[in-house]
Each structure stands twice: as C-alpha cells, then as structure tokens.
Design a protein around this ligand. Structure first.
Ligand code: TXA
Ligand code: MG
Length: 315
C-alpha cells in the first residue's frame, strides 16, 4: 500500500528524485512522473502494464509552458486552450526534439493539457519539469476517481498518492487534434462536442480494433473484469433472469435482489459522469456474474459516458 496524503512538498521531492506519484485531477487520478526523463516514463509504462505503443498525456501549468514543448501552436488550438484550460481538454500538438520519443510512442505529436485541480497546479508550480500522467489504473481497466481506487491497484508500486478528494468530473479529458481549421476528436471526454462546435467544424474519429496509429481508441478499454451488457434494462433483466446480475441504471431505480446502482436519481448527466467509474468498480467487486447497464441520453458529457459503457461491454 502506498502512503496517501496531502503534502505537495513531499510529492514534489519524490518527483524530483525520479519517483512516481499519483496525482488528483478534475477528470481522474493520474500516475505522474517527469515527462522529460525517459527512464521515468519507462517506469510509468511498467507500473501500468501499458503497451509502449500507447502514448502518455503531459500536464503543464499554463499555455506558455505548453508552448515551450511544442513546435507550433495553431491559432485555433490557442483559442481552445484559452477557453478550456485549466480543464478537461487535451491538445495533440507537434512536439519539439527535446521531448522524449518514448513519451509519444514515437509519434510526432504530443498530448498536452492543463489540469484543473488546485493541488496539482500547485505541485506543477513547485517543480521545474512537466508531468507525464496517464490515468492511474492498470492498462485497460476503469480509471480511478479517488485516492483509494489508485491504492487498491497501484499502491504496491508507488510511494505516494496525493489525495485531492474525489475527481469532480469523473470522466477523462477530451482529446483533440487540429488540421486545417477542423477539430478532430480522438477521445470523447469532459469537454463536450457541442462546446467544441462553437469553435468550428468537429469530426469525431471512430474506434479501432487494435491500431497503434490511433492509440486510445481501442474498442475494448475502460472495462471492469466482469462482463458488462448494455441495453434496455427491463429486457435484459428478463433475458438474464437465471443469472446473478447487478444493475447500473441512469436515473430509474430497479427493484433487484442484488446490487443496483443509480448514477443520478435526478437524471443529471454530469452527476452520472462523476459516479460512473466508481459505480463500475463497486459492481465489479460484488458477488455477481454479470453487470447490466443502460445508455444515458446522447448529449453533452453523455456521449463520453456512452462511449465508456460501450467499450466496457466490448469483448
Ligand atoms: O483526463 C485525462 O486525460 C487523464 C488525466 C490523468 O489527465 N489522463 C488520461 O491518460 O486519461 P491516459 O493515458 O489514460 O489516456 C491518454 C490517451 C491514451 O488513450 C493515448 O492513446 C492518447 O491519450 N494519446 C496520448 N498521446 C497521443 C498522441 N500523440 N496521439 C494520439 N493519442 C494520444
Ligand atoms: Mg487511461
């Protein structure tokens, strides 16, 4: 088990000594290390059991620090950064030579964002390097939204978890690239595409089976160990009545002998996002054989929720 605490100075000391520290962000917890140190990046891949073709996101304090890492920062990308940073938007921008190739799995572009969490922004100000931080979970599993989640799975592999409370958004950042004034969405997330559309044409890229050229878009991802089936809950309950099932519903309560979790009794899509990953973890730990779930309204952050549900259910 790792030490869990709120000491920013301790976290910065460990990071300066090339150790890994789990950090809070508004989206999910990250597994952080010095983004400019190839050996530290290697440690992150090992701790997560992550294939090295899947590049990491780099975290900085502001647009100026991001500019120091990239070759070009197109005007539209600048506008998005000004609007959404600090916040759950990751920009793919061409990296400079001094940024290690292992950070981007050899790709020309790096993923970069300014996280919106006071503790982590403070930490970033105390250190002299950017932080590489993928979500702090083993590769392919559900992202952690609390320090306890991180501890359960990676506690034995890292010395310290900076506890910033439960992640407020609960969904990973939206990842975008910009080509000729068009915004391409590589992963749906905390910033909804309705908001992006106010800045120009938006194109959502499809998932792939296993394409290293489109990392982060693998079909099966964000998944609990238990099998997940998504559909009409009434019908699914009939279909699987002979099995021990748990339920994950959007706003309606189901009378059920086993565990049943309602993401937002008020039907609030943002509240549903905030609770999604911890609900999947809870159901995964229950004595059930199958998790039955339903899609939420396909609007705002609901698109990202449905994307994660779909991928959690993909076998
Ligand atoms: O909200 C978040 O983005 C969280 C917090 C900790 O910041 N981080 C996160 O990182 O979700 P991770 O590593 O779990 O997901 C990052 C995704 C990966 O799917 C990766 O493939 C994609 O970003 N990515 C990173 N660099 C990329 C690049 N150069 N081109 C395309 N995709 C990239
Ligand atoms: Mg992840």
């Amino acid at each position: 088990m790792a030490e869990i605490g709120t000491q920013i100075s301790k976290a910065s000391r460990l990071l300066e000594n090339n150790e890994l520290v789990a950090i809070p962000t508004e989206t999910v917890y990250g597994l952080a290390g010095n983004a400019l140190e190839p050996l530290v990046i290697a440690k992150i891949y090992t701790a997560k059991d992550r294939p090295t073709f899947d590049p990491l996101i780099t975290h900085v304090t502001n647009i100026a620090d991001a500019s120091a890492l990239v070759h070009t920062f197109p005007a539209l990308a600048q506008k998005l950064a000004e609007q959404f940073w600090p916040g759950p938007l990751t920009l793919l921008l061409p990296k400079r030579e001094h940024v290690p190739d292992v950070l981007t799995s050899g790709l020309d572009k790096m993923a970069i964002r300014v996280p919106n969490h006071p503790m982590t922004l403070n930490l970033l100000k105390q250190i002299s390097f950017p932080l590489a931080a993928p979500s702090a979970n083993p590769f392919g599993y559900v992202s952690p939204t609390t320090a306890a989640h991180v501890d359960q799975q990676l506690g034995a592999k890292i010395p310290y978890i900076l506890d910033g409370g439960p992640a407020h958004i609960g969904m990973e950042s939206t990842i975008v690239s910009i080509e000729e004034e068009v915004i391409y969405v590589h992963r749906l997330g905390g910033i909804d595409i309705e908001m992006l559309r106010t800045f120009g044409e938006v194109n959502v890229l499809p998932h792939t089976k296993s394409n290293p050229d489109a990392p982060g878009q693998l079909d099966s991802h964000y998944a609990p160990r238990k099998k997940v089936v998504i559909g009409d809950l009434e019908l699914l309950l009939l279909k699987y009545s002979d099995m021990k099932t748990g339920i994950l519903s959007f706003s309606k309560t189901y009378l059920h002998p086993n565990k049943s979790i309602v993401l937002s009794p008020d039907g609030d899509i943002n509240e549903a996002a905030e609770h999604l990953f911890s609900a999947l973890r809870t159901l995964d730990a229950e004595d059930i054989d199958l998790i039955l779930g339903e899609y939420v309204p396909q609007k705002g952050i609901g698109r990202a929720i449905n994307d994660r549900l779909k991928r959690a259910s993909f076998i």
